[in-house]
Write a protein of this length. Structure first.
Length: 277
């Protein structure tokens, strides 16, 4: 299966049809478009739930685990958001697909730790939804290492990345990070704090670059400092990106995706060159 998303995401690999996806949506137009798009791209036959009762039955009457839910905020029989709360309470990963959106709604969705939200406000909404589905279903191929001396910071980032279905390891300092990288050559992204007691983020990045280049592993630096020169210094040390805390959720996920997409594109280009040789 091959897929190219509108943001530049590329996926080439095994079929995704084995996944069970339910769609909580009462609009005939949108259910038809979602069903057609996911069948066409990924050969996935989605289950349509037009009411809250349909959604409940899809979970309660079928023992097969739900891989992912796509749901409107409101459904007939659940006009106050009960359907979304139901999915969240069951720990079903959920992408919200809605036409109703304000800042307060965004904050509520992020508090529920949904996978993503897509707004029905453009002709690209279905394409964006398809890409979000593909990312979630394929993020397991990516192994991310978090490096931070704060247990709280590690836990927050781990939770955030696992919500997006990444495989995650963590290290409490630079020395442990280096050993973790040696033991896990499949790690392709490191997210490291700058200010650590033994080996700071700059030095850790330099040591990583002695053995693995940017075409093999991406490094994102993070910091709570107000020193805006840190980003320049980090990039000069061999980092690929830099973010200041506190993160904006959407920007964080976008930066992670962009760095991993770059690796996938580099790998694809290398494979094309080899095949021509």
């Amino acid at each position: 299966m091959n897929f190219l998303g509108i943001s530049g995401m590329q996926y080439s690999g095994e079929t995704l049809e084995k996944h069970r996806i339910i769609v909580g949506e009462d609009s005939n137009v949108f259910t038809s478009m979602i069903r057609q798009k996911l069948k066409e791209l990924f050969n996935i036959d989605v289950e349509i739930c037009r009411t809250f009762e349909d959604l409940q039955q899809a979970y309660e009457l079928n023992p097969e685990p739900i891989t992912l839910a796509i749901s409107n905020i409101n459904l007939p029989g659940a006009e106050s958001g009960e359907a979304l709360n139901y999915l969240v309470d069951l720990s079903v990963p959920t992408i919200v697909f809605t036409a109703t959106f304000q800042d307060s709604i965004r904050e509520g969705l992020l508090a529920k730790e949904v996978v993503d939200y897509i707004i029905k406000d453009s002709v690209f909404a279905i394409d964006m939804l398809a890409e979000s589905v593909c990312r979630f279903l394929t993020n397991q191929r990516h192994h991310v290492l978090i490096v931070d001396d704060s247990a709280t910071a590690r836990a927050l980032l781990t939770s955030r990345l696992k919500r997006y279905n990444f495989r995650v390891s963590s290290a409490e300092n630079g020395a442990v990070a280096i050993e973790t990288l040696k033991k896990n050559p499949d790690i392709t992204l490191v997210i490291t704090d700058y200010n650590m007691p033994d080996i700071d983020g700059f030095e850790l990045t330099r040591r990583i670059r002695h053995v693995r280049g940017s075409h093999q592993l991406r490094v994102i630096g993070v910091s709570s400092s107000n020193d805006r020169l840190l980003s320049a210094r980090f990039l000069k040390a061999g980092g690929n990106d830099f973010m200041m805390r506190p993160f904006i959720d959407e920007e964080f996920y976008c930066r992670v995706n962009q760095n991993l997409d770059t690796l996938v594109q580099i790998k694809s280009a290398q494979e094309r060159i080899k095949s021509r040789g």
